[in-house]
Design a protein around this ligand. Sequence first.
Ligand code: NDP
Length: 330
Amino acid sequence: NREWHLLSRPVGWPKPEDFALVETPVPTPGEGQLLVRNKYLSVDPYMRGRMSAAKSYAAPYELGKVMQGGAVGEVIASNAEGIAAGDHVLHFFGWREHAVLDAQHAVKVDPDAAPLSTYLGVLGMTGLTAYAGLLRTASFKAGDIVFVSGAAGAVGSQVGQLAKLLGASRVIGSAGSDDKVKLLVEEYGFDAAFNYKNGPVAEQLREAAPDGIDVYFDNVGGDHLEAAVGALREGGRIAVCGMISVYNNTEPAPGPRNLARLIQTRGRIEGFLVGDHYDLQPEFVQKVGPWVASGELKYRETVVEGIENTLEAFLGVLRGDNVGKMIVKL
Ligand code: NDP
């Protein structure tokens, strides 16, 4: 069994020396437990936060111990009722080849209903994040003009397409390469998109959304957030999902300079955590599952192979190497 340990807390961009791929014996399941061979691991931006000691919504990873994360695997031994060897389960013991876990921490998934990797992405945590953030936190309604950053990523690409499917009058996305921008407009049906590396975000947003925006789904923070505040129409809503542009900062970044605009627009900014919205999971699967199956909602995955490449895959997410959900296939 090989598993990734955190050796030291990264300062700024994580370095390979902060981590080690460690060989350990395959663990043995106790009473009520499962032994799972992981097939797909999730690497996600929030993991950067768990590598730090700073107080956050998820406990810091412990130094010298295996890290955690979403994973889907096959049960190879079960001492629990209701789950048998051969079943596939979604669980939270990623960053390793084999996991032993209490059966109550595993959710059975059906490999015939959808590709296993999608339970980590378009039909999983990132999909629900898009759904809950758009519909609940941003109070999206048909006719809204929606702007989403990180729009070619797992959450962002789903936000933009959901907004279109649910009747947005205009959807604008930003992403970090011209190829990603092309994908947004030509395949995902965004009405406009821009590469934030090609010029100031505020100017590019003004061009793409000349009438302003009703909803901003923030994955990025920084200049993007300030530009969105500036473009907000009356009664506009900003859902703060993530701020990936600051995750590797060693000093706090300055906030938007134009917050006073919220007074005249009666604008609202609200953060959310997907973990608070699992009550929406059945509705999400019922509504979005068929759109994924029919191809009306498209998704991409960037698949990196091999446990030894998990760290690189994680760093790739921070760099923007991925289109759609970043997945590690074992
Ligand atoms: P993505 O698939 O979107 O991958 C991250 C992307 O961020 C990269 O592909 C990169 O794309 C972009 N990026 C990296 N650095 C910057 C930067 N400095 N400025 C702008 N874009 C940058 O990841 P997810 O879909 O998993 O997550 C998206 C966001 O949602 C993250 O902020 C994450 O923390 C947050 N999140 C929040 C949850 C919650 O419960 N609140 C749950 C899940 C995710 P590009 O090439 O475009 O730069």
